[in-house]
Design a protein around this ligand. Structure first.
Ligand SMILES: *Cc1c(COP(=O)(O)O)cnc(C)c1O
Length: 445
């Protein structure tokens, strides 16, 4: 064995090889030491009896290259689900990102008051635009809507009771659960009503001297059909005024323009909800609003300033990148340039337009391999639960699971429906079509 161990190459002899020209020496040395130690153990254990130097060089380079492969990769979302949480929810357009770029590559007045030359406030940059857009007294932005819920409950209801309907104790994907968030925040959950029915009297009968908030939570990803009843926000607001309580609506998602395909029928817009004059609402920046990940809290000025005094805000605060992307999105809203917000643009694209794009690709690939079909999709991301709307897809000839894997390998995620593999155009970006065509040609060649 001693003889065999003598064969182990010296570390610098390996790392000095011109095979590693252009690589970072420190990192190569670290990997080399680790791999040599592995080989030494294998020699001792008798698993191998000699070292193949060429192979060692190759293995070290492979491990080195692996480190620099990006882990986050752009995908083509051909599932048809526009707000796919697993694929990053809302998209930000290149045009919008370019507008925000100077702000993150230079110093800025993030917290600097240019007029008076003193310290300013980071939230003001978006709150004035939001006040314009929503007509609310004040706005605060935090990391995401989960943080918004947490901050509000912690600020106003620590050791106090918050009344929520049993039909609204939702779990959002990724283990966000209202009861759990509530207990973490220090608030005490007082659940009222039944799963399918909650009446105003359920709230009234449970108000006591320790009650602080009447809260409504949007049933983001499910619906209760049949024998069911819930209390409209207007009524909750009335009860909170009568009893000197705070009212808060966790909307989950908020939208502005009238939605197509009657999707807004059971889903009031932000404007409609704000007509009931809620004390506080919160919603995600990257659901239907179509911007960056953020939690937007809007409502009474005096309440927002209390939230700003909570030390927790420091932990939930947003970066300049978030604020600048959000500011530019709000400006699109103010100009009603909805088509510049990718989430809305995809949702509003007409069936005719989608069909034209799908037919063009079908012509290129050949009818023998794919057919254009009309189908249905959902919005996703915990918004518009169970609301289907029309879409156009390419149905590919062949075994669905094999095609799914093949396209996934090429970073294209499709959808399997009734044993058919579909590429749904509702969520495919126009700019990605050349790559999609190339992959289709490769697969069917
Ligand atoms: C999505 C959602 C949340 C969580 O929002 P994030 O922005 O994902 O943190 C909270 N409440 C409701 C009702 C939601 O739909």
């Amino acid at each position: 064995m001693k003889n065999r161990l003598r064969e182990i190459p010296k570390v610098d002899k390996i790392t000095n090889s011109n095979y590693f020209d252009g690589c970072n020496k420190k990192l190569i040395t670290k990997i080399t030491k680790k791999q040599i130690e592995n080989l030494r153990q294998k020699l001792i254990g008798g698993e191998i009896d000699k070292i193949d130097n060429d192979r060692l060089l190759h293995e070290i380079k492979k491990e080195y290259d692996e480190i620099f492969k990006p882990s986050l990769k752009p995908l083509i979302n051909a599932t048809g689900v526009i707000l796919h949480t697993n694929m990053g929810r809302s998209l930000i357009s290149e045009e919008l990102f370019k507008k925000a770029l100077p702000l993150i590559s230079s110093y800025s007045n993030l917290e600097y008051n240019l007029k008076d030359g003193c310290r300013g406030e980071r939230y003001e940059h978006v709150s004035s635009h939001f006040k314009n857009l929503l007509g609310v007294e004040d706005v605060l932005v935090v990391n995401n809507n989960a943080s918004a819920v947490f901050l509000i409950l912690n600020t106003f209801a620590k050791n106090k009771e918050v009344i929520v309907s049993r039909g609204e104790l939702v779990e959002i994907g990724g283990s966000f659960r209202i009861p759990e968030v509530m207990s973490q925040s220090g608030a005490i959950l007082r659940e009222v009503g039944a799963t399918n029915k909650t009446k105003p009297s359920d709230y009234e009968n449970n108000i006591n001297e320790n009650t602080k908030i009447l809260m409504k939570v949007h049933q983001s990803n499910f619906t209760i059909e049949g024998f069911s009843e819930s209390v409209p926000y207007k009524k909750i607001k009335e009860l909170s005024i009568q009893n000197g309580l705070l009212d808060y609506y966790d909307l989950g998602s908020g939208y502005i323009p009238v939605l197509p395909y009657n999707l807004g029928q059971k889903e009031p817009s932000l404007t409609e909800i704000l007509k009931t004059n809620p004390s506080l609402i919160s919603f995600s920046g990257d659901k239907l609003f179509g911007s960056v990940q953020a939690g937007i809290i809007a409502g009474k000025k005096e309440l927002i300033s209390k939230l700003k005094k909570n030390q927790l805000l420091r932990m939930l605060r947003v970066d300049k990148l978030t604020l600048s992307l959000l500011e530019e999105t709000i400006k699109y809203y103010l100009k009603e340039e909805f088509e510049k917000i990718p989430t809305l643009d995809m949702l509003f694209t007409s069936i005719e337009e989608l069909k034209k794009r799908a037919l063009y690709i079908q012509d290129l690939i050949g009818k023998k391999y794919c057919k254009v079909i009309q189908s249905e999709t959902i919005m996703g991301g915990g918004t518009l639960p169970n609301r289907k709307f029309p879409t156009i897809a390419l149905w590919l000839e062949g075994k669905a699971d094999i095609l799914e894997r093949e396209f996934r390998k090429n970073l294209i995620i499709g959808r399997i429906e009734n044993d058919k593999f579909l590429l749904d155009f509702r969520s495919i970006q126009k700019k990605d079509e050349p790559l999609l065509i190339k992959t289709l040609q490769k697969v069917f060649s």
